[in-house]
Design a protein around this ligand. Structure first.
Ligand code: GLY
Ligand code: MN
Ligand code: MN
Length: 539
């Protein structure tokens, strides 16, 4: 018996528990993005690559949770967007011009996790090189174990485009081609030391983009960053920029900033443009993710009662998503009662009893990669108090003002400006602050971000474009002890909807979740299938 236990433990220790594989054929839901989608995205990206360049993208690594147990694997959204690959430890190379690899002319190569029958019996089937070609339609695939010996002729490229070089990776000595190894091998190929920083490229980018419009502010910002970051402090160009005496001198330095072969900003810009505007296939999935998240809100409204815990509320939402086939939550679920609702990203969700509090619930299903982001704030006992209602209706009015600013061509910040001015005026009117400039104390965050594969999705943050999806999410948070009448303490309200920008205006994709005080109270008065779901008491 002891020997058997020892054997079991040895097996467990030698093969981590973690999901690092992907289903195919009938085991895979039929409405995933298809390989043609990903092929077109790679093609669109390739068209925008500078001449004689290569784009290099790394997958996510598998992260350890404890001992021999890993966290559930989640692919890096850019990598998923371009490949559909849902395994760790991979590298994608996209070439602006065809390249000969092993005697074959190709524009792309993916180094994939190699097949491994022993590992696959623990953690599931891997695609391997053949699967990558067949199921993902990537023209050329090689095992990740061959990346070390792959000759990347850096002299042949004028630019090498990267998003980042991950630096918080763990080396698994049993795996010679995990992400730690792949990144180290890449650094060697391009002659970059393990501790070399690329922070200066971001600062160069700020200078290039904004010097002409706001040079003096940029100069201050560069000075601030140089003081805070030793990797920037000795940079000759930045020193010249911050000591430049006037605008022409600054502009001269900006024009002289070197273009480096290893470029960490261009790929981000291209992907921001691409991912901001959703294709019809993406919108189909995003609509589903948002619709099921709105239905989760409805079901919770019906089921909620004061004896529930925050974590039980979270469980009901997440059960609804799973029932619809969502793989994950798009971000850690937030369920905060009373004062907990005033903590913007409260994720502990451990208060045992909701009582009479307002409950802020910010949750979103992730369905086949695309995530919703929907918040409703409701009274646990089904009825808003007068104070709760006043704050709620103010946030509601601010959100309505934000919706009106959802127009193609409006600056990205238009929703924020419209909503914040309503919030500020309302807080003054209620006597919670004296002057509008003090509103930020209670309205700490911006009102919109893009939504897609990421909850805070990539995008240009320029004028709004048709077929992009943004949130409109004003909030007021008045924690206990705030300098206002005690009657407001512990009230935190956020209302968040997911808005599709269209050529004709906008569409609220999360409209299925009740939003007015009247609708919420009416929904909460309805019966729930969970009313009679009783479990045995645990001793
Ligand atoms: N759920 C995170 C956010 O609303 O941005
Ligand atoms: Mn949001
Ligand atoms: Mn949210």
């Amino acid at each position: 018996m002891k020997a058997l236990r020892h054997l079991c433990l040895t097996l467990l220790v030698s093969l981590p528990l973690g999901v690092a594989a992907q289903s195919i054929g009938p085991d895979k839901p039929a409405d995933f993005l298809d390989k043609e989608f990903h092929r077109q995205r790679r093609e669109a990206l390739r068209r925008q690559l500078p001449a004689h360049s290569v784009a290099v993208l790394f997958s996510n690594p598998l992260r350890n949770r404890a001992n021999d147990v890993d966290f559930h694997f989640h692919q890096d959204p850019d990598f998923y967007y371009l490949t559909g690959y849902r395994e760790p430890n991979a590298v994608l190379l996209l070439f602006s011009d065809q390249l000969m690899i092993n005697g074959v002319a190709t524009e792309e190569v993916l180094f994939a996790q190699p097949r491994n029958p022993q590992a696959e019996s623990w953690t599931g089937k891997r695609l391997g090189e053949e699967g990558v070609k067949q199921h993902l339609g990537i023209a050329h695939a090689l095992p990740a174990t061959s990346f070390a010996g792959f000759k990347l002729d850096t002299a042949a490229f004028e630019q090498i485009l990267l998003l980042d070089l991950p630096h918080d990776l763990r080396n698994d000595p049993r795996d010679k081609a995990d992400l730690y190894d792949l990144v180290a091998q890449f650094r060697q190929k391009v002659g970059v030391a393990p501790d070399q920083s690329f922070d200066h490229q971001q600062v160069y980018q700020i200078i290039k983009l904004y010097d002409a419009q706001a040079g003096d502010k940029v100069q201050q910002e560069v000075q601030r960053q140089m003081a805070a970051n030793p990797a920037l402090a000795g940079n000759t160009f930045l020193k010249q920029y911050v000591t430049a005496k006037d605008a022409p001198a600054r502009a001269a330095v900006a024009a002289s900033l070197p273009k480096e072969k290893l470029n960490l900003s261009a790929l981000e810009e291209i992907l921001a443009e691409m991912r901001e505007v959703k294709t019809p296939k993406e919108l189909k999935l995003l609509r589903k993710a948002v619709a099921m998240s709105a239905i989760g809100q409805v079901e919770v409204m019906k089921a909620m009662h004061p004896n529930m815990s925050e974590t039980e509320v979270q469980g009901i939402h997440e059960f609804v998503y799973k029932k619809y086939g969502a793989e994950y939550e798009g971000y850690p679920s937030i369920v905060g009662a009373g004062n907990n609702g005033c903590i913007l990203h409260y994720v502990e969700n451990e208060k045992p009893r909701l009582g009479k509090d307002l409950v802020l619930m910010d949750l979103g299903a992730e369905y086949h990669g695309y995530t919703a982001d929907v918040t409703r704030t409701i009274p646990a006992n089904g009825k808003f108090t007068p104070e709760q209602k006043q704050i709620y209706e103010l946030v509601y009015a601010a959100q309505e003002a934000g919706f009106k600013a959802c127009k193609v061509g409006n600056p990205f910040n238009a929703t924020n400006e419209a909503a914040q001015s309503v919030l500020a005026a309302g807080l003054v009117k209620l006597g919670i602050i004296q002057k509008p400039e003090d509103a930020r104390r209670y309205t700490m965050h911006g009102v919109s971000h893009y939504l897609g594969l990421d909850v805070h999705d990539r995008g240009t943050y320029g004028p709004l474009k048709a077929n992009s999806v943004i949130t409109v999410e004003p909030g007021i948070y008045i924690p206990d002890g705030s300098p206002c009448d005690k009657k407001w303490w512990g009230i935190g309200v956020r209302i968040e909807d997911d808005i599709l920008i269209t050529d004709k205006g906008w569409e609220n994709l999360s409209a299925g979740a009740p939003r007015t005080v009247k609708e919420i109270e009416a929904t909460m008065a309805k019966p729930s299938p969970l009313d009679n779901f009783k479990l045995p008491e645990l001793k």
